[in-house]
Design a protein around this ligand. Structure first.
Ligand code: HXC
Length: 257
């Protein structure tokens, strides 16, 4: 395999990426980041792949950024390398991807789940931002994405106490899209990914882009962005095919054009 710290399998139109540093509870060091950047770039570039699932093990999605790799770094080291900046390459992925989370998703692990388009959680999932216990803060977007996802009160509570949130509360708080029994996690995530993989590819990118715009734009700008992108899809073959297929009562046959 081309990867040291992750497993990458293509299953039909879905890429399954499994974090695989069990000895360090999938702690996210620079090797993991480099592997993920490659895997996500390959996924984005591969027309045969239409959705991606990122998962960990039964016990742990990821126990955070690698504390042993960070502990001796100076401010100058961190600032000069713009430490964690590389994760923006993962969030730049244009095609849809899902985080399938069982067990611990802590610190950077929690932050990576929130980079996904959405999270499907096992009933064993535990989310947390415990960086305060290490004398630091989230550094891969957690303070921002968590607050957007669950609001100030719960995000502030989690960041200031370092306490974990279980799957059911994560569901009722809006952090995760769905909770399933742990034994069904991968099947459910793959099934959901296959559903998305069966959609018109350009429409999938456009839907993702416009939902994400809700975090970046005012309501008026976002609504305009949505409408313009919607208009743009009328220049695609798949819009013609999708509407024709509906009228003819058959599934659409997508070309991605
Ligand atoms: C490096 C880690 C690690 C981490 C665990 N390990 N988490 N190594 N970075 N984030 C290593 C342990 O040192 C240990 O290595 C092995 O994995 C097994 O861990 P244990 O603690 O023995 O397992 P367990 O008792 O089951 O406890 C599981 C756990 C605990 C509750 C998840 O490991 C834990 O609290 N981990 C740290 C969680 C955390 O603080 N995450 C935030 C990281 S900072 P050895 O060699 O002893 O076997 C972060 C922030 C980014 O993500 C932003 C800026 C800092």
């Amino acid at each position: 395999s081309d990867y040291e710290t992750i497993l990458v399998e293509k299953k039909g139109a879905v890429t399954l990426v499994t974090l695989n540093r069990p000895q360090a509870l999938n702690a996210l060091n620079s090797d993991v980041l480099a592997d993920l950047i490659n895997a996500f770039a390959n996924y984005d570039a591969d027309d045969s792949q239409r959705c991606l699932v990122l998962t960990g093990s039964e016990k742990v999605f990821a126990a955070g950024a690698d504390i042993k790799e960070m502990q001796d770094q100076s401010f100058a080291d961190m600032y000069k390398s713009d430490f964690f900046k590389g994760w923006e390459k993962v969030t730049a992925t244009r095609k849809p991807w899902i985080a399938a989370v069982a067990g611990y998703a802590l610190g950077g692990g929690c932050e990576v789940t929130m980079m996904a388009d959405f999270i499907i959680a096992a009933d064993t999932a535990k989310f947390g931002q415990p960086e305060i216990k290490l004398g630091v803060t989230p550094g891969m977007g957690g303070s921002q994405r968590l607050t957007h996802a669950i609001g100030k009160a719960k995000a502030m509570h989690m960041c200031l106490t370092g306490e974990m949130m279980g799957a059911e509360e994560a569901l009722s708080s809006g952090l995760v899209a769905k909770v399933v029994p742990a034994a069904d996690l991968i099947d459910e995530a793959m099934k959901t990914a296959e559903t998305i993989a069966g959609m018109a590819p350009l429409a999938a990118i456009a839907n993702k882009e416009m939902v994400n715009a809700a975090y970046e734009m005012t309501l008026a700008e976002g609504i305009n962005f949505e409408r313009r992108l919607f208009h743009g899809l009328f220049g695609t073959q798949d819009q013609k095919e999708g509407m024709k297929a509906f009228v003819e009562k058959r599934p659409g046959n997508w070309t991605g054009k």
